[in-house]
Design a protein around this ligand. Structure first.
Ligand code: CA
Ligand code: CA
Ligand code: CA
Length: 348
């Protein structure tokens, strides 16, 4: 309480006391609203967006600023694939979960925790030498000192004991070659003071990409995971139960249920929270492929992302599509604009 003794008082008396929220009975209407919102949050915990393949090193984001982590590699790889790039290097300080995922499941909530901020990816052609120097520079105190600019790398980059890049996209590095690369827009802009990057940007004759022209990282990562989930679902023809040539929300939901149990906690009841989680994953699955936004997946939309890599074992018919997919991964030339458009669409 603040009390002024009179009109001329300049210093009022202030009295206060600390109250415990537990002393108050919750308002039942408000409590219901809160519960509904908390259920949504809990549901995200239950929505597994990625499962670590058996035999892979355990998922962890601990020590992101002092060494390579499996989550760091996973997120860089997700961006490389989603944006169709040759190489992605990301500042460890941008990935913040600092968590272990011992059961190998990565949920929507975990993804939010790891990538709490909106960040844009600058897609640029960067010389191999600059990429290697930048990575080396960021890792000088590897294992010893925290460095927010410690560069994590995607799964097709190989680094030797001297902390230099030997391979990009699985091929021996060519120091002179320009690689279609993804790095944080802010890193290219000088954040975390990566000297080789700063020196290289000074040599550029054209301006750095604007924030608006850079695809946002979060939806790109999410799309990658959602597309990976599709690979666990039955082939298109099996999902399309009414045989009308496109996949409805209901059909996608049934396909998801056939592959993953919505009863995540295994108590034989699909609770309200588990239902929200299920619906939210079905949304993600559809968003990841639905280019025209009509909430249905046509064969063409499906094949654009999955005709290539999915069901190559199960679906033997897709031979030529498999080859097409391989080409797509090896030659990511001039896909920048397409990538941007694609990501912009899902930026919500
Ligand atoms: Ca159908
Ligand atoms: Ca349950
Ligand atoms: Ca569609």
């Amino acid at each position: 309480m603040i009390v002024w003794d009179g009109p001329s008082t300049t210093n009022p008396h202030i009295t206060y006391s600390v109250k415990t929220i537990k002393d108050y009975t919750p308002d039942p209407t408000v409590a219901k609203v809160v519960e509904r919102h908390l259920n949504k949050v809990k549901a995200l915990e239950l929505a597994p967006i990625y499962r670590n393949p058996a035999g892979s090193p355990p998922l962890s984001s601990k020590g992101m600023r002092r060494g390579e982590t499996t989550i760091g590699t996973l997120i860089c790889t997700a961006l490389r694939k989603s944006l169709e790039l040759e190489v992605v290097l990301l500042d460890g300080g941008n990935i913040r979960g600092n968590s272990d995922y011992p059961d190998g499941t990565f949920s929507l909530a975990a993804l939010r925790k790891e990538q709490p901020f909106e960040s844009e990816i600058a897609v640029m052609r960067i010389p191999g030498q600059v990429l290697s120097d930048a990575l080396h520079f960021s890792r000088q105190k590897e294992g010893v000192e925290e460095n927010a600019g410690y560069l994590q790398r995607d799964d097709r980059v190989t680094v030797d004991a001297s902390k230099r890049i030997t391979h990009i996209n699985g091929e021996p590095i060519d120091p002179q070659r320009l690689y279609l690369s993804g790095m944080l827009r802010v890193t290219i802009g000088g954040m975390n003071n990566n000297q080789p990057i700063i020196d290289w940007t000074k040599t550029l004759t054209s301006p750095l990409p604007t924030v608006e022209s850079c695809p946002p990282a979060k939806p790109a990562v999410l799309n990658y995971f959602a597309r990976k989930l599709w690979e666990h679902l039955p082939p298109f023809e099996e999902i399309d139960r009414d045989k009308d040539g496109s996949l409805s929300r209901e059909e996608v939901k049934n396909a998801y249920i056939s592959a993953f149990s919505p009863d995540v906690d295994g108590d034989n009841v699909v609770s309200e929270v588990e239902t929200i989680a299920l619906n939210s994953l079905v949304d993600r699955l559809i968003d990841a492929l639905d280019l025209d936004g009509d909430d249905k997946i046509t064969k063409a939309e499906y094949e654009k992302f999955l005709g290539s890599s999915a069901h190559t074992k199960k679906n033997k018919k897709g031979k030529n599509k498999k080859d097409k997919g391989k080409k797509k991964e090896k030659k990511p030339k001039d896909k920048k604009d397409k990538g941007n458009k694609k990501e912009k669409k899902h930026n919500n």
